[in-house]
Design a protein around this ligand. Structure first.
Ligand code: 1CP
Length: 341
C-alpha cells in the first residue's frame, strides 16, 4: 500500500522532498500526558510486551503532534530476552547480574530473537495496522557497543569502566561478544522489517564513551558490518545515530548508512562539511531548547532548517531524545515551524 505521507521515506532514500520531514527521538514517552495515563496502569515492561498498547503509544505523537514518521514503542534492551538476561526498568534500565566474568559470558544463551522477542514483532504488526499507511514506521535497535555496554555495566554509566576495562584488558573477549551481538542484531532488525518496519535506526548512544582512535579500531568495523548486512538483508533505509563525540563523525561517515544522525554537539552546517553534501542527515536541535519559549524555539528551529538545505536531504529531528519535562505544545510549535508554519 502506498503511504499517504512519504516525505520521510523520500528523504531516507536520498530524494529531497517538497518540504523537510520531522520526527523526534523518544517522541512516544513521558512528556505526553496520554503516555503517562497508560503508564499509570501498566509497567514499562508490560507496555513493551502488549502489542495493542505499543501501537497506541506509538501513534500518540502522530495524532497529537503531527510528526512525519512513527517509531516503534519498545526499548533497545528488550533484545536481552534472546540472551536470557533480565532487565528491570525502574524507569532507567538495570540488570541484576551484569556480564563481566568468563563464567557470566558462558551463561549467555544466544537464542533466536525471532522467538525470544516475538512480542516486538507483534508490536510492529500492530503499529502498522493502526497507522493504516498514514506515515512510515521506524524499527530500531541499539548499536553493538551501546547494547554491550548495558550488558557489562549493568545499566547506565558515567565512566564505562567495566566495558572499557574489558576492551583494553581482553580485546579478544570484547570482539567475540561484539561479533555475536552484531549477528543477533541483524536478525532482530530483519524480523522487524519482515513484520512491517519501513526504515531502521541504529542508536549508538554511548559512542562518545571511547577515544576516537579506540572507537575507530574496536567499534567501527562491527557497526559497518551491522549496517551493510542489515541493508543487504532488508533493502530498507538504515539511519545511523552515533552520539556524544563530534570528533568521530568523519569515521562514522565512512559507513554507508542511508542517513547519518547528527547530535547537538556540532552545528549542522559543520556536520555537513564533515560528512559531505552528498549524504542525507538527520538532526539536530538541542532537545533542551524545547524547555524555552516559542520565540527561541522558532529562531533555533529555523537556523537548523536553513543549515540542512545544503545536504542531499535533511530530516529534522532533535540532537537526542526529547526531555520528559517538555511542554507538548512547544514541541508542536517546533514541528509546525518545520512543516511551514
Ligand atoms: O517509565 C518509562 O516510561 C520508561 C522510560 C523509557 C521510555 C519511554 C525507557 C527506559 N525507554 C523508553 C522508550 C524508548 N527507548 C524508545 C521508544 C520509541 C521513541 O523514541 O519514542 C526508544 C527508541 C528507546 C531507545 C533507548 N533506550 C536508547 C537509545 C536512544 C537514546 O536515548 O540514546 C537507550 C540508551 C535506551 C536505554 C533506556 N531505556 C529507558 C531509559 C530511561 C534509558 C536510558 C537510560 C540511560 O541513560 O542509561
Amino acid at each position: 500500500m502506498a503511504l499517504q505521507n512519504d516525505l520521510f521515506l523520500q528523504a531516507c532514500r536520498g530524494v529531497r522532498p517538497s518540504r523537510t520531514p520531522v520526527w523526534m527521538m523518544r517522541q512516544a514517552g513521558r512528556y505526553l500526558a496520554e503516555y503517562r495515563a497508560i503508564r499509570a496502569k501498566v509497567s514499562f515492561t508490560e507496555l513493551c510486551r502488549t502489542p495493542e498498547l505499543c501501537a497506541e503509544v506509538t501513534l500518540q505523537p502522530i495524532d497529537i503532534l503531527g510528526v512525519d514518521a512513527a517509531i516503534l514503542f519498545s526499548d533497545i534492551l528488550v533484545v536481552f530476552d534472546a540472551l536470557g538476561v533480565d532487565v528491570i526498568f525502574d524507569p532507567a534500565p538495570r540488570i541484576e547480574q551484569p556480564v563481566r566474568t568468563a563464567a557470566d559470558i558462558a551463561r549467555l544463551r544466544w537464542g533466536d530473537p525471532r522467538e525470544a522477542c516475538d512480542y516486538v514483532f507483534a508490536a510492529v504488526r500492530a503499529c502498522k495496522a493502526a497507522l493504516a499507511d498514514r506515515v512510515p514506521l521506524i524499527g530500531f535497535c541499539g548499536a553493538p557497543f551501546t547494547t554491550l555496554s548495558y550488558l557489562v555495566e549493568g545499566g547506565g554509566s558515567r565512566t564505562f569502566e567495566h566495558i572499557k576495562g574489558l576492551l583494553f584488558r581482553e580485546p579478544g573477549v570484547f570482539h567475540g561478544l561484539m561479533e555475536k551481538i552484531t549477528g543477533l542484531l541483524v536478525t532482530y532488525l530483519q524480523a522487524q522489517v519482515e513484520s512491517g518496519a519501513d526504515v531502521l535506526q541504529i542508536f549508538d548512544s554511548w559512542a562518545g564513551a571511547l577515544a576516537p582512535e579506540d572507537y575507530r579500531e574496536h567499534v567501527l568495523p562491527h557497526l559497518d558490518r551491522l549496517v551493510r548486512e542489515t541493508q543487504a538483508a532488508t533493502g530498507v533505509p538504515v539511519i545511523l545515530f552515533a552520539r556524544g563525540n563530534a570528533n568521530i563523525l568523519a569515521d562514522v561517515a565512512t559507513i554507508p548508512a542511508d542517513v547519518l544522525g547528527i547530535d547537538w554537539t556540532i552545528e549542522l552546517g559543520a556536520a555537513i562539511d564533515v560528512v559531505g553534501e552528498g549524504r542525507v542527515v538527520q538532526g539536530n536541535l538541542d532537545p533542551t531548547v524545547l524547555l524555552s519559549n516559542p520565540a527561541t524555539i522558532e529562531a533555533k528551529t529555523r537556523a537548523v532548517l536553513a543549515a540542512g538545505r545544503r545536504a542531499k536531504a535533511h530530516i529534522f529531528n532533535l540532537g537526542h531524545g526529547i526531555s520528559k519535562h517538555t511542554d507538548p505544545g512547544l514541541a508542536k510549535r517546533m514541528i509546525e515551524v518545520v512543516q511551514g508554519g
